[in-house]
Design a protein around this ligand. Sequence first.
Ligand code: DQA
Length: 148
Amino acid sequence: MKFLIINGPNINMLGIREPEIYGREDYKCLCDLVSDACEKAGIECEIFQSNHEGDIVDKIQASYGRVDGIVINPAAYTHTSVAILDALKAVGIPTVEVHISNVSEREAFRQVSYVSYVAVKSFIGLGLDGYRQAINFLSDHIKNLKNA
Ligand code: DQA
């Protein structure tokens, strides 16, 4: 099984950006956690981060037929990007959404998530551990789909 892990704008600034909201662990810590979780679950993974909406759309399109699952934290594009939602719908790859912070308790403009329209599940406000939980959930979800 192969997963694509996508992180949107400013996730590369983890550890520096608003540590009271996103914590003190940096982006490398996140990549190490993701690699470790995938390895433990026997999943091959590719980790991708971009600050550009179109590059994220291109990456999702390029994953068609190549990956079994997508874990995505679209960051600010969560709340604005119909293009990322449409790309995920186009490829039809099972997708799980992650947010490090508890967006449900933050500003009004963070209360809409376009990606949640396609995500099979959302892991919100669990810190970096949300990625580990998302990977394990998606792995079980895909296994169940294959056995159904
Ligand atoms: C975020 C929440 C978004 O509202 C914000 O724009 C981000 C990160 C999170 O992981 O909590 O950049 O997706």
